[in-house]
Design a protein around this ligand. Sequence first.
Ligand SMILES: NCCC[C@H](NC(=O)CCC(=O)O)C(=O)O
Length: 457
Amino acid sequence: MTRDFAFSSSVEANFDGLVGPTHNYAGLSFGNVASTSNATAISNPKSAALQGLTKMKALHDMGFVQGVLPPHERPHIKTLRDVFGFTGTDGEILAKAWQANPNFVLASSSASPMWTANAATVSPSGDTADGKVHFTPANLCAMFHRSIEHDVTGRALAATFPDTHHFTHHPALPSVAHLGDEGAANHTRFCDDYGNAGVEFFVFGRYAFQGGHTQPGRYPARQTYEAGSAIARHHRLSDNRVVHAQQNPHLIDAGVFHNDVISVGNANTLFHYQDAFVDTPAVLNELHHKLTGIADFTSIEVPRDRVPLDDVIKSYLFNSQLLRLPENGDMMLVLPTEAEETISVRDYVYDLIGKGNTPIKQVKFFDLRQSMQNGGGPACLRLRVALTKAELAATNPKTLLDNDGFTRLTNWVNRHYRDHLTANDFRDPQLLIEVRTALDKLTQLLNLGPIYDFQRD
Ligand SMILES: NCCC[C@H](NC(=O)CCC(=O)O)C(=O)O
């Protein structure tokens, strides 16, 4: 197929989460090996945010549309007050909560909204019955510290995509285990041109309303089938262009807590591990079948005996960004440096590129160690939003980064962020004041309006 991708009327924009000023390692995510093994490590929020910005800038410079989503207010005093019941001034609330149980404060202080692959599920207008882009913030109810994200995430998305002629914002699904939803980390879309109808692929860990199915035994299956199917209905997707697949429960038990740790897809390509799903051949068949006449579907399977599962998890091979280069339509993998340092993975990737017989022709590595130590690689850090030209023009322009935007955000980080944070620092009300000062400024830089609770109370 010969096409000039540069003149396509639609794009896939990547909205990365700007790492928040309280980025820290608290070991909060059971089943996420990096998070639990780095609990109590000292974090460097400044360097974490700059690592993220470096990746965003590099992709912008390569011609991709790069957006940004803001961090959240942490420690989240509203949670300590309204959920746990502590009273008094902000300083008193922090002190009382810490005394009752330091974990209350730590679970209210994570910078986890940085992983915007978990912010929402997004259905592009080519897929939806009403021709609008639909957003559903993820309830993230499997982990307490993430379950407090969706209100502010919803406000940030509405401030980024404000035009109701083009964008529809749904509330998060109810926060109960039956409807556990982790957003785009378990959602992929296949298509030809980003503006045309595609096939949406929802991956889940377990069924909540039907017995008799296999599920993991050791670690939680965060996403349910029922959550994905409810979102597909809310987003007005056609059944002929939706595929639901169960993730292999043995992989979840080995530490693959989201589908984006074991597969990545974009445009006409799915890059996945052997046995990523329950009955992988049947899943591939359904994708092939539903994509007939829509896109020339290709799947690339990485065999277990080529790359051991432990190396997949350690290196985050599949937590890559799979990007279609604007100039010629070739695909590029964006990987963390850990992938280059893991010999089996490095050899595999260079072989893949070298052979040249798949759509993936390029690879780039980025140092994202601060995020990686909490289990967040390149793919976790971005939310993809396919947009037509008209939708892109209706997007809040301050959230779409150009050279000046990068300079402003880099200066903002350098001015407001600490370079060293441990658990004890969250007891200090001064940190909260620093965070609020920084975020107040950020809402002006990105023209978001008062999205934070401290700006609204
Ligand atoms: N998509 C990647 C998400 C990583 C995230 N880690 C965390 O929340 C770790 C936070 C801590 O342990 O401090 C999670 O597991 O949901």
